[in-house]
Design a protein around this ligand. Structure first.
Ligand code: SAM
Length: 230
């Protein structure tokens, strides 16, 4: 009897519980890695640092509730909790969450508020001051983007911070020839998204783009948007 083909989400989940976990744990760590991985590490850290700088500049983090959707190994959640925010972080991969828990245990103490759980984006519920989803939408095909943006939007009362790989002629071509894609994302399902479409959808959902920046190194590229209630 033929096994039915795996759905997109299960493929991504399996990847981040196996080879993807090994690769990304290293990229999001401090051990020596290949040149390409070191470049992706640098780019990703710039995205994290930009978000933390935005949040810190605004202040009043203490006690505010954040949702880090698709938190990976906690690269954003842990420093955010260190700054006094209350953080609810989740990821579809149990291995990524287990690694995030280990890192949080090593870096945080009992005064910090970070809850980590295994959950996919669709299963997220609740209301958060700010919902942040960094470098996860790359795993969502266009057809699912409208629904996912509406879902993330419904969870955020004040602010949404999203990053995605932008669909430009250059990146489309590079992806086609298999030359360039945020590192080994090419090892699993990965999609570029139109910035214009995302911005339009966010506007239609009642958001205004407050800040918009691009992080680009040789092998990493990510468009970062901060949206606030219009
Ligand atoms: N946001 C983290 C960061 O910037 O450090 C991790 C980014 S990593 C490239 C992508 C993460 O998205 C992985 O940890 C993966 O398991 C998670 N992910 C992919 N699809 C997901 C889904 N449907 N629901 C929740 N997490 C998902």
């Amino acid at each position: 009897q033929a096994t039915p083909p795996l759905d997109e989400k299960t493929i991504v989940q399996n990847y981040f519980n196996t080879t993807g976990f090994d690769r990304w744990r290293r990229i999001y760590g401090t051990d020596t890695v290949s040149k390409v991985q070191a470049d992706i590490r640098l780019g990703h850290q710039q995205t994290i640092d930009t978000v933390l700088a935005w949040l810190q500049a605004e202040g009043h983090l203490k006690g505010k509730l954040f949702c880090d959707a698709g938190c990976g190994v906690g690269s954003l959640s842990i420093p955010l909790a260190q700054l006094g925010a209350r953080v609810y972080a989740s990821d579809i991969s149990e291995k990524m969450v287990a690694e995030a828990r280990d890192r949080a245990a090593a870096q945080l103490n009992g005064h910090h508020e970070l809850i980590l759980s295994v959950s996919d984006l669709e299963a997220l519920r609740g209301q958060y001051h700010t919902v942040i989803c960094l470098d996860v939408l790359i795993h969502y095909p266009d057809a699912q983007m409208a629904g996912m943006l509406a879902h993330l939007s419904s969870l955020a009362t004040e602010r949404l911070i999203l990053s995605f790989a932008p669909k430009t002629p250059k990146y489309t071509l590079l992806k086609k020839i298999g030359e360039f894609f945020p590192g080994s994302s090419k090892a699993t399902r990965a999609y570029l998204h139109s910035e214009e479409e995302i911005v339009q959808r966010l506007r239609a959902l009642g958001w205004r783009i407050e800040r918009n920046t691009m992080t680009k190194t040789r092998f990493y590229f990510s468009r970062l948007l901060e949206a606030v209630r219009a």
